[in-house]
Design a protein around this ligand. Structure first.
Ligand SMILES: *Cc1c(COP(=O)(O)O)cnc(C)c1O
Length: 395
C-alpha cells in the first residue's frame, strides 16, 4: 500500500510542521522504534509509567504522559485540573457545572486550540483587551487583570507560550502560586530552541504540552504532557482503557497513586485519545534524538536547503531575504512577490494547483510575502520546488 495505490497525490511541503500537510518527517529512529514496539504486547499502563519515568529524566519534570498530540495533552491536562483524583468528577466530565470549572485565559492568547481546553468541560474566562486595534493603543494584557478574574469557581490558568506572550510567564506563575491555582501551558511548537524542553518543564508551570509531530520528529499524532505527578496521573487515568476488575486492577505506583483515588474510574473523557504502544516508543526515540542533536546541525541543514532554493531563483528578479535568528529557531526564506507586482494569494494558489502541488508557508501572504519553511522538505523536493517557483514567479 502506498499513496499511489489509493490515488492520493503527494505534495511538496514548504509550509513547515503543519498538521494539515502531515507535519514534519518522522525520524528513522522513531520508525525503527515503532517497528520493534509492534513485535510484542505490553501492559499499556506499565508502558505509560515507564515512559513517564523516562520523560521525567529527560525534562526534569516530576512526570510525563505521551498523548495523541499537543491538543489532546491540553484536553487531558485540563480534565486533570478539573477532576484531580476524584473518580466521580472524572465520570462527570465534560459536564463540570458542579465544581470549579473556570480557566482564565488572556484574550490575546486565544486561538483555535483553546477548543482543546473547552473540550474537557472548562469554561474560559477571558481577561485583557486587544488595545492595538485602536490606533493609539499600546497596552497588552496585564497581571492584575488575571488576579481580578480569580474567584471560587476558578480552576486554573491557561498560558500560551510564545516569545511575544504577555504578561511575562514568571509573573503569572507567582500569581498562580499565591492563589494555589495550577497553570497549564501550551508550548506545542516552541522547539527549537532545544533547551526549551527542560526550561519549560521546570519553570514553575504545573503542566506543559508539546507536539511530538513537529520538530521533535515523532509520529504526527503524538504529543507530550509534562508536569505535576498527580495531574499527570489524573490525565493518564482519563485516557487509559479501564476494562479490568477492581479486585485485580493494580496500576503502576510510579504513575498512579491508587491510595489517592476515591474509586476505580471508568473510561474517561480521553478514552478516544488513546495512544498506540508503537507511538509511545516512536516519539520517545524521536525525542531522545532531538535532545541529543546539535542545534547548530539542524540550523545548518535548514540553511543549506534554503540556500539551494535561493540560488536557483535569484535570477527571477524578486527580492529574497532570510528570516534567521540562529539555532534558536528554524530559518525561513522570504520571497517578496508584492514588490514584483504580483498578488501573493494568486501565486500561492497557482503553486498549490501545479501538477505536483506545492504548499508554501502562507503566514505572511497579507504582507505580500511567500515564506519557504524547510523542515518538511526532502532533498528530492528541491528540484521540482524550484521549477514550480520559477514558473509561478516568472509568468
Ligand atoms: C501545533 C499546535 C497545537 C496542536 O498540536 P498537535 O500536536 O497537532 O495536537 C497546539 N497549540 C499550538 C500553539 C500549536 O502550534
Amino acid at each position: 500500500m502506498n499513496y499511489d495505490s489509493i490515488n492520493t497525490p503527494t505534495i511538496i511541503n514548504a509550509c513547515g510542521t503543519v498538521t494539515r500537510l502531515g507535519g514534519a518527517p518522522i525520524r528513522q529512529s522513531a520508525l525503527d522504534a515503532y517497528r520493534s514496539a509492534s513485535d510484542y504486547s505490553v501492559s499499556i499502563e506499565q508502558l505509560h509509567a515507564s515512559a513517564s519515568t523516562r520523560l521525567a529524566e529527560l525534562s526534569g519534570a516530576q512526570a510525563g504522559l505521551i498523548t495523541s498530540g499537543a491538543a489532546a495533552a491540553l484536553t487531558l491536562g485540563t480534565a486533570a485540573i478539573l477532576a484531580g483524583y476524584d473518580a466521580a468528577k472524572m465520570d462527570a466530565l465534560p459536564h463540570a457545572d458542579e465544581f470549579a470549572n473556570e480557566m482564565i485565559i488572556a484574550r490575546e492568547h486565544r486561538s483555535g486550540y483553546d477548543h482543546a481546553i473547552r473540550a474537557a468541560g472548562a469554561r474560559l474566562v477571558e481577561v485583557g483587551l486587544n488595545e492595538q486595534i485602536s490606533g493609539a493603543g499600546v497596552r497588552r494584557v496585564e497581571t492584575w487583570e488575571y488576579e481580578a478574574a480569580i474567584n471560587e469557581n476558578t480552576a486554573g490558568i491557561v498560558y500560551v507560550i510564545q516569545n511575544s506572550s504577555r504578561p511575562a510567564l514568571s509573573e503569572i506563575i507567582t500569581l498562580a502560586k499565591q492563589h494555589d491555582l495550577p497553570i497549564i501551558a501550551d508550548a506545542a511548537g516552541e522547539l527549537p530552541p532545544h533547551d526549551n524542553f527542560k526550561k519549560l518543564a521546570t519553570c514553575g508551570v504545573d503542566l506543559v504540552a508539546f507536539s511530538g509531530g513537529k520538530v521533535i520528529g515523532g509520529p504526527q499524532a503524538t504529543g507530550i504532557l509534562l508536569g505535576d505527578k498527580d495531574l499527570i496521573a489524573s490525565s493518564a487515568l482519563q485516557m487509559l482503557d479501564m476494562d479490568d476488575h477492581p479486585q485485580l486492577w493494580d496500576p503502576p505506583a510510579s504513575l498512579i497513586n491508587k491510595s489517592k483515588l476515591t474509586g476505580m474510574p471508568r473510561h474517561g473523557l480521553g478514552r478516544g485519545m488513546k495512544v498506540a504502544k508503537e507511538e509511545v516508543l516512536a516519539v520517545l526515540a524521536a525525542l531522545e534524538e532531538f535532545l541529543n542533536e546539535n542545534p547548530e546541525d539542524l540550523h545548518s541543514n535548514c540553511m543549506d536547503i534554503l540556500r539551494q532554493i535561493e540560488s536557483s531563483i535569484s535570477d527571477c528578479g524578486i527580492i529574497l531575504s532570510y528570516q534567521d535568528n540562529g539555532p534558536a529557531s528554524i530559518p525561513r526564506l522570504l520571497i517578496d512577490v508584492a514588490e514584483a507586482g504580483m498578488d501573493a494569494f494568486d501565486v500561492c494558489r497557482n503553486l498549490r494547483n501545479q501538477s505536483t502541488p506545492i504548499y508554501i508557508n502562507h503566514g505572511l501572504l497579507d504582507d505580500g510575502l511567500l515564506m519557504i519553511h524547510p523542515v518538511a522538505l526532502r532533498q528530492r523536493d528541491i528540484e521540482p520546488l524550484v521549477a514550480g517557483l520559477r514558473s509561478a514567479l516568472v509568468s
